[in-house]
Design a protein around this ligand. Structure first.
Ligand code: FES
Length: 245
């Protein structure tokens, strides 16, 4: 019995009675070739898969610096009409880094969905269509945003009212310092964020990427100031014109 037990636990294939075993061999040639083949297959899969994975999730870890920018005074905006503002979305590249935002004052009777805090007392909508990114145009008479490319239509709150867009228009954080604070009287525009159909905030996504249901997990956030924008992490507007503060 002790001798049998020794044979069963031996590291030599010949002792274990394996077919085709050689004296002094610890791994059969078949097992060895299997391991080599699997290893080579794994390396080949990683060579193709890792760059693709990095390309897909890399932007999640990318941080894009942003600067609060002044888009007007509190008197420039009303609750009932959008004002078109030219904004800078990429610094240092001139006109190519500029875009359009549609801005109005928050109206509690209309804007009763999504977060309601100090970061959206002014509603600032991106002009980028959430189908393929064409610039939308606000038609005041209809109180609709119309996309000229494929007929996308958004309502007054920027929600999809028709056509192929997959989610509401993106928004920008806004901030207006309260009385007694530096910058009081000005309206600042901060980083962009995306919203789902309930106007809940998400890190910015690209056009064509829905955020409802499983969609929020399928598409990684694009370069952003935060993976999940936390209002607590947003820096306050740094410069006040004319005061140097
Ligand atoms: S890009 Fe706007 S509807 Fe297609």
């Amino acid at each position: 019995m002790p001798a049998d037990r020794h044979k069963q636990t031996s590291k030599y294939t010949a002792d274990r009675g394996m077919p085709g075993a050689f004296e002094g061999e610890t791994v059969t040639r078949r097992r060895f070739m299997e391991a080599v083949t699997h290893g080579a297959g794994g390396i080949a899969a990683a060579a193709f898969g890792l760059p693709a994975l990095g390309f897909a999730i890399g932007p999640i870890f990318k941080r894009q610096p942003f600067q609060w920018q002044i888009i007007g005074t509190t008197h420039d905006f009303s609750e009932t009409a959008y004002v078109t503002k030219t904004i800078t979305i990429v610094e240092g590249i001139g006109e190519a880094g500029k875009s359009i935002a549609y801005v109005r004052k928050r109206n509690p009777a209309i804007d009763n969905q999504g977060p309601q805090d100090q970061w959206d007392q002014y509603i600032a909508l991106s002009s980028r269509c959430m189908h393929l990114g064409c610039p939308v145009r606000y038609v005041e008479a209809a109180e609709r945003f119309i996309c000229p490319c494929h007929g996308g239509v958004y309502n007054f709150r920027g929600e999809v009212a028709g056509g192929p867009p997959v989610r509401p228009l993106d928004r920008f954080y806004t901030y207006s310092p309260p009385a007694g604070h530096p910058g009081h009287g000005y309206v600042y525009l901060g980083p962009r964020y995306s919203v789902n159909s309930e106007l809940q905030r998400f890190s910015p996504r690209d056009p064509g990427e829905p955020l409802d249901g499983i969609g929020q997990y399928l598409y990684p956030a694009r370069a952003s100031t935060a993976i999940r924008p936390s209002i607590a992490n947003l820096p306050l507007p740094p410069t006040i014109p004319g005061t140097g503060s």
